[in-house]
Design a protein around this ligand. Structure first.
Ligand code: SF4
Length: 155
């Protein structure tokens, strides 16, 4: 079983109430090979919600209490992001899940590159809060972009 970001499975859990549906991910869920979760919703945030980004450091810094996750209007939502990530890790452990396909660039789910905290669309190197926690706990994380590249390479 693989964990997938719920928005990639077509679930409308994005901050703006939309989804990021990817046919391949939807098919994995339909076949019972993947299970969708949204860490931001699991952290108690509503949908729709204002966008949030990591400010003042990396996801590791957030986990070490040295940086924050802040909404576009300046409200600190770090606690929600941490709670959601912990729920996802707990679920993975309970279900024996060892791999995840997560949404690229998200402050929760992104891996490798995420938005830089200025809400201008600029990217910086780093992981989202949930992705970081999963990686640090031995769960293999790929983004949907990496999956698409692998798929093309194997085509
Ligand atoms: Fe998608 Fe992850 Fe954002 Fe939820 S937290 S909407 S699953 S990218």
């Amino acid at each position: 079983m693989i964990l997938v970001s719920a928005c990639l499975a077509g679930i409308c859990c994005k901050y703006n109430g939309g989804d990021n549906g990817v046919p391949l991910i939807k098919e994995l869920v339909r076949q019972g090979k993947a299970i969708p979760l949204c860490p931001e919703q699991l952290g108690g945030l509503p949908t729709p919600r204002l966008p949030a980004e990591i400010k003042g450091g990396s996801a590791r810094d957030v986990w070490q209490g040295k940086a924050l996750v802040v909404r576009k209007d300046g409200v600190d939502v770090t606690e929600n992001f941490i709670r959601g990530a912990r729920e996802v890790l707990k679920f993975c452990r309970e279900m024996g899940i060892k791999r995840a396909i997560l949404k690229a660039r998200s402050p929760s789910c992104g891996k490798g590159l995420i938005y830089d905290g200025t809400f201008t669309g600029k990217l910086v190197e780093g992981n989202g809060i949930t992705a970081q926690l999963l990686i640090d706990n031995g769960i293999g994380v790929l983004t949907e972009d990496e999956i698409a590249t692998l798929y093309l390479l194997n085509d």
